[in-house]
Write a protein that binds this ligand. Structure first.
Ligand code: NDP
Length: 682
């Protein structure tokens, strides 16, 4: 498949299993730099209720048959396929006004987010269809009734309404967590740049990697889409606060308690710390970051810096340095490699930005010295730096967002005031602070954090490794309180969980274990003549158990362990000192001696399917062990996770060490890698 950037395409929607066109003649979409028509778009007359029903049924069922790891690997394969085809998307992306660097964020940043989610899910989620969260809660004294939280995929569709500025990333960063959760998606890109999203969806579907029904696309206006959502669907929205707030109140969303996640515009701040002087590295880093955030994507980024908060004594120096740096921006057609800043996404956006600058000018003055305009034809706008001398009493500079290369400089006198200024944005996606002073970092970050989803501290040490103010990362929260929409889009497994229902399941441990696929303390175990370490992954069953013989701990053992390891802590070596300790009645065995003796008791030494011990989890010492005590171990296979792409898997063993009175002295999970077959098949 090849792109035809010069041919005016009629955009289609992929709904209920086929590519469809709207009934009306499409609205033209124009190249942001040249004004040439790129595509037409229309969605009138499309049956969106049918599309949602088809997604729930066909896509949802297919996805839910797979495990978390299978879905995560599917995403990795898809990300690899998209990487191979990336040049096609880069070519199409120029029409949106994006330079090649801007498109990198959108295209490879989006694909990278898929890769990151894929590997994160395979590391942090089990290879099962149910996600177990937190510890078992024992609810009865005799251990016959317990509770456990589980997460299962919602049985609806994830409806993603996206913004115009990141036609690829905006889609990929949202479908990645939803598909891993096991929920099919219906993507509705913003009309302005939908041609790039449509092109990518065509390529995604052509790979055949996703099961039918797991990805649908709506090109054109949303029509009555939202009227058909149910309590099992999820709606996410990125765009203007006004549209988001209107959608949030849709009767179907309110009446069905539909999960609605919103990421709206926010007036993100960058604060220069009071400790910084004009000749400090932090000053230069601050200038570079602000200028970069103003010009990347021509400032059309939800995370872009809009408010530049600086110590009053440095205000003139900052204005000067920023103008010098911004003055270097080369504005023009993004296809020209010398160009560093492309146009805004459309003529409409340009008008909108100019109108918002006019609003800002009621409280701030334009800093003179910046007069780049870019070519007359196309949606070009030069950088605009404003200065508001009394920002604490101003309103517009904290609420009016000019979604372009526009920022306002705001001086402050005390750090407390700078923090208060960040609050006046009423909730933002991100703020950055440039300081090299730990006390400034502490005071400013703790003050700003409740109003922000992310805070980046910049200084000389992190300058080379910093991912920057404006980059949302898959493993960190992306979203912010208040004006920013109140959502948490990214942030590791948090966003996967957003598409799943958390349920507290209560019951007897054996039945709870049957639901979660884990052995739970209190459930029966099964011991047979074979040591569990002799069983390969294909033989081993949840609940397979070993009870060891007892081993007495002597004073010589404790002393030997102390001198051998060098751990001669008084509680092990000095009877009187140990007695003075509130927890002990005399010298006690080392915790690590207990763990070592336990391994000596449960390990089967011969070469076999157990390949390695890669750690322990949740280790607790519960009862002190004194010389003369006799230790026994109960080892139970608790969780078995075969890896899809390896000939081994993980086995989590519950290890309970008890003394001669049956009291638990230590309990932990032993983590091992076990071969799928033994002897390994050639
Ligand atoms: P909108 O809020 O108008 O559009 C965002 C998305 O919502 C688009 O997909 C749009 O589709 C869709 N939409 C609009 N109306 C409805 C509706 N009634 N029902 C369902 N979906 C609807 O924002 P824009 O993209 O036009 O941008 C306007 C402003 O939003 C910018 O100037 C900027 O201030 C802010 N913005 C913030 C972003 C952020 O990341 N936080 C990103 C982009 C913009 P369609 O395009 O078909 O109308």
């Amino acid at each position: 498949m090849t792109a035809h950037p010069h041919k005016v395409r009629v955009l289609e929607s992929y709904l209920a299993g086929s590519w469809r066109q709207g009934k009306a003649e499409g609205k033209p979409l124009l190249d942001a730099a040249t004004g040439a028509p790129v595509a037409t778009i229309d969605a009138s007359g499309l049956d969106l209720a049918e599309a949602l029903a088809w997604g729930r049924d066909t896509g949802g069922k297919a996805l839910r048959k797979m495990t978390y790891h299978e879905r995560a690997l599917m995403l990795k394969t898809l990300a690899q396929a998209l990487t191979e085809q990336k040049e096609i998307f880069y070519q199409e992306s120029f029409a949106t006004g994006a330079t090649r660097k801007d498109s990198w964020i959108d295209i490879e940043g989006g694909i990278g987010t898929m890769f990151a989610y894929s590997s994160k899910a395979r590391r942090e989620m089990p290879n099962t269809r149910v996600f177990v969260e937190g510890a078992v809660e024992p609810l009865s004294r005799d251990n016959t009734f317990s509770g456990q939280h589980v997460l299962t995929p919602l049985q609806g569709v994830a409806v993603h309404i996206n913004a115009f500025n990141f036609p690829c990333w905006g889609m990929l960063e949202k479908i990645a967590p939803a598909l891993i959760a096991g929920v099919p998606c219906l993507v509705k890109p913003a009309s302005q740049t939908a041609y790039l999203t449509e092109l990518m969806v065509r390529h995604i579907l052509a790979t055949g990697i996703l099961p039918e029904g797991s990805l649908q696309l709506l090109c054109g206006s949303a029509g009555d889409l939202i009227d058909h959502v149910t309590g099992q669907d999820v709606v996410t929205f990125t765009g203007s606060a006004a549209t988001g707030q209107m959608l949030r109140k849709t009767p179907a969303i309110v009446q069905n308690s539909v999960r609605f996640s919103m990421e709206a515009d926010s007036l993100n701040a960058a604060v220069l710390g009071p400790d910084v002087r004009a000749d400090d590295p932090e000053f230069d880093l601050f200038i570079k970051e602000v200028a970069r955030e103003m010009t990347v994507k021509a400032g059309q980024k939800c995370t872009a810096i809009r408010r530049v908060i600086v110590p009053r004594k440095l205000s003139a120096a900052v204005a000067d340095a920023l103008c010098k740096r911004l003055g270097k921006a080369v504005i023009g057609d993004p296809r020209d490699e010398a160009v560093s800043m492309g146009p805004l996404a459309s003529a409409g956006q340009r008008e909108e930005v100019l109108a918002r600058v006019a609003d800002l000018k009621t409280e701030a003055e334009i800093v003179p010295g910046l007069d780049q305009k870019g070519p007359a034809k196309g949606a070009f706008a030069g950088p605009v730096l404003l200065h508001c001398d009394n920002p604490l009493s101003a309103e517009a500079v904290h609420s009016v967002e000019a979604f372009g290369p526009v920022a306002t400089l705001m001086p402050y006198d005390e750090l407390e005031e700078a923090v208060e200024l960040t609050h006046k944005g009423k909730g933002s996606l991100v703020a950055s602070l440039f300081t090299n002073d730990p006390s400034v970092a502490e005071e400013a970050v703790l003050g700003m954090a409740p109003f922000h989803g992310r805070v980046m501290i910049g200084n000389r040490q992190s300058a080379k490794s910093s991912t920057g103010h404006g980059s949302p990362l898959p493993m960190l929260v992306h979203g912010g309180p208040g004006r920013a929409g109140g959502g948490e889009e990214l942030g590791g497994l948090r966003s996967v969980k957003h598409y799943m229902q958390r349920t507290a399941v209560q019951g007897t441990p054996a039945l709870l274990g049957a639901v979660t696929g884990r052995w739970i303390s209190g459930a029966p175990g099964k011991e047979d003549s074979r040591h569990p370490f002799r069983k390969s992954l294909s033989d081993l069953k949840i609940g397979d158990q070993l009870h060891t013989k007892a081993r007495k701990v002597s004073l010589e053992d404790i002393e030997h362990f102390a001198t051998f390891t060098g751990d001669t802590f008084y509680a092990h070596m000095d009877e009187d000192a140990a007695k003075r300790n509130p927890f002990f009645e005399g010298r006690v065995a080392h915790g690590y001696l207990i763990v070592s003796f336990a391994a000596g008791l449960f390990v089967d030494p011969d070469e076999g399917p157990v390949l390695a011990n890669y750690g322990v989890d949740n280790l607790r010492f519960m009862t002190p062990v004194n010389a003369g005590d006799a230790l026994k171990v109960q080892l139970t296979a608790k969780e078995i996770s075969p890896r899809i792409s390896a000939d081994y898997g993980e086995v989590r063993w519950d290890c309970l060490v008890t003394n001669q009175n049956g009291e638990p002295v230590a309990q932990y999970d032993v983590l091992t890698l076990v071969a799928k077959e033994w002897p390994a098949s050639a």
